[in-house]
Design a protein around this ligand. Sequence first.
Ligand code: 4AD
Length: 434
Amino acid sequence: MSIKPKFYIKDLKDNVGEEVSLKGWLYNKRSSGKIKFLILRDGTGYVQCVVFKGNVSEEVFDAADKLTQESSFEVTGKVKEEPRSIGGYELDVTDLKIISLAQEYPITPKEHGIEFLIDNRHLWVRSKRQVAILKVRARVVKAIRDFFDSHGFTLFDPPIITPNACEGTSTLFEMDYFDLGKAYLTQSGQLYEESGALALGKVYSFGPTFRAEKSKTRRHLTEFWMVEPEMAFYDLDDDMDLAEEFIEYVVQTVLNDCKEELNILERDTSKLENIKRPFPRISYTEAVEILKKKGVDFQWGNDFGGADETLIGEEFDRPVMIHRYPTEVKAFYMKRDPENEKVVLAVDVIAPEGYGEIIGGSQREDNLDLLLQRIKDHGLPQSYFEWYLDLRRFGSVPHSGFGLGLERTVSWICGLEHLREAIPFPRMIYRNTP
Ligand code: 4AD
């Protein structure tokens, strides 16, 4: 016997005037004498179910009376169009069966502190705002895949367990790997994507990455998702062209497909509507000038902190691409600018409205000797990178790529304060439960 629902709330518009049965949970309840107003949620939407004493058996009316917040139940009734009601439809209830009566639910509509809410993340995800965010996240994920799948890219999955660092040794999660010594959770699939690009031309990876970030900020998670395209025969300009086309696509897709969710989140969508190409492109040196004009005492050669990124981002109404960073602050694999040895062909994309860096990318060093030198300069063990150096020994080509952080992008699009709401179960320095 099948028990799956035949109808979902999102389909009510096609069943006006008909009797349907829905299954879900009690979101909210109100009584007015002989009438009970039950708000049912089923993951696809919300609908008000009206239980009128005169229309149902005593048993059904009692069941409606007993329902507590988050109890699960099945309800049958006639669908009515009701523009004033949540979702625009209502159910005139004829029958109701309790599936499971919920105990006193800890997350009531009243305000709760953030620690309490994260402790109860497994329940908190049921709330309207969290459902909206998680739907946007799922739509962003699909938009990311659709974009690369339709632009000639092949998905190329890198390993999660790696023998060496990609993005500096200070944020590695370490483990003992049998008889082989230490291994680490991946910080980025990039080095493997480079191998993929030389095999398949244009590749991308998309999955969780890990950084033992010791900083407690609203922009850092220790486990986050990153999409990393890597393209053979792309220089830094080609890389930036792709990044801006990609961001425009993702933002416009969400704007188009997630109107209801953005509305629930009270997102000012006018700020997203103008996320259209071309995005401004400025050099690191020009960005430093912006900071200085704003009164920041900033030394050329330092890396930007979160506060600096916010100040620079505020100058623009769309993402700004900052390119050509000082060699010292960037990773070993980035190519030096042939016109200025002091900088590398790197790009960071800073989101507007104070959301900070969402993309880090670069043209890669494709010269064997220069790359070897950079590995030495960074004090990295050459032996671990022999396979990576092979990519320069056997048919090296200019190539580029970037990484976009999923949670930072979702936070920006949804207008969230903190990354922790942009992932179902956030992992941070002080939190690895539930
Ligand atoms: O700038 P990052 O470190 O670049 C790389 O990892 C390159 N290997 C990518 C590449 O070229 N293939 O990180 C890329 C993006 C950042 O812009 C940010 O959006 C996100 O990853 N990110 C984080 N998101 C959440 N929490 C953290 N701790 C993050 N660290 C980076």
